[in-house]
Write a protein that binds this ligand. Structure first.
Ligand code: ZN
Length: 332
């Protein structure tokens, strides 16, 4: 269907939340529907929840489903965009080789496009956020894990099957701590919020002198990256030391990205980026020490602009992009 003002139904499917929105080609969100992912109900339950959320998003935009041109969905895990298959997802139990794109096409009677969530978030920042106007950029999200996406020559790098851009799983320390992906010493096993909390718990268990535990109501399982951050803000030396260690590893990974991809810009999002200079300044300093001087000099580091909307906006941008290619139409 060709209309002058196409609208895309963007879906950001997460392990815990679904965000659905009607989005126009300027990246304006005409509605937002947040719901909980019924992950325990398996693929069928989750797909039903997506459908219900889409209906609410369409109603919220005061339109009917006929007005929607296509559906763009960003999903966690290994997604093959070309075949439209979500192979496996660590956050969605029971999902194996699910042809999500075709299922959604059938449900909505619209063209649907599937992309990995990290790549979607990168496209969101690229088209509508902090990286607008660049051609070579990397999006890095640092929160419970580390994810992201890579844009090279104005296109998101998907690799041969759509698995490219799993930056959180580059090996930083060959004998480092185990990662849930099965490898050890991955970037996210060393520099994520989960890694920071784990390191803090370990030090508390071995009797370290710190205020972190008291900030977590005295319960070790309540120690999170945020608790460590609060302790650091109050001047706790161990908390500061742990954050510096996280920053160190974060910087090592950034240096790898700078040397391999020579990006114009690296955009950093995710909960841990809210630590600001306490985390990011030492990370950039470490990256600078390790990266090629010329490559480091050309890269700008920026904080993400779209917050939690990057994924849904990027899923829509991906659909716009694919439609444009399919139709050969410049104004979509
Ligand atoms: Zn890993």
């Amino acid at each position: 269907m060709r209309t002058r003002n196409p609208l895309i139904l963007g879906i950001d499917l997460g392990g815990t939340k679904i965000l659905t929105s009607v989005i126009n080609s300027q990246g304006e969100m005409l509605s937002r529907d947040h719901s909980i992912t019924p992950a325990a109900k398996g693929p069928e339950g989750v797909i039903q929840a997506i459908h219900a959320s889409a209906q609410r998003a369409v109603e919220g935009a005061s339109i009917t489903m006929d007005r929607i041109t296509a559906v763009g969905v960003g999903a966690p895990g290994l997604a093959d965009g070309k075949a439209g298959i979500l192979f496996t997802s660590p956050n969605l139990p029971g999902w194996k080789d699910i042809p999500l794109r075709d299922i959604l096409q059938e449900k909505f009677k619209k063209r649907a496009f599937l992309i990995n969530d990290g790549n979607a978030a990168a496209l969101g920042e690229y088209y509508f956020g902090a990286a607008k106007g660049t051609f070579h950029f990397i999006y890095v999200t640092i929160s419970t894990g580390i994810g992201g996406g890579i844009v090279v020559d104005g296109k998101v790098l998907q690799g041969s099957r759509g698995f490219a851009g799993e930056i959180g799983h580059m090996t930083i320390a060959d004998k480092g701590p185990p990662c849930h992906c099965g490898n050890r010493g991955c970037w996210e096993a060393l520099a994520s919020g989960t890694a920071l909390a784990k390191a803090a718990r370990k030090r508390i268990e071995t009797g370290a002198d710190t205020t972190i535990l008291s900030l977590a109501e005295g319960k070790i399982d309540k120690v999170t990256a945020q608790t460590v951050q609060s302790a650091a803000e109050k001047g706790d030396p161990l908390a500061n030391q742990l954050i510096l260690k996280t920053a160190y590893y974060f910087g090592v990974g950034l240096a790898n990205l700078v040397n391999i991809f020579n990006p114009e810009m690296i955009v950093i999002g995710g909960g841990l980026s809210n630590m600001g200079n306490r985390l990011l300044k030492p990370a950039y300093e470490e990256a600078q020490k390790r990266a090629f001087e010329q490559a480091y000099r050309t890269v700008r580091f920026l904080r993400a602009a779209l917050g939690r909307n990057s994924g849904v906006l990027g899923a829509a941008a991906f659909a716009f992009d694919e439609l444009k290619q399919a139709l050969g139409k410049p104004d979509v």
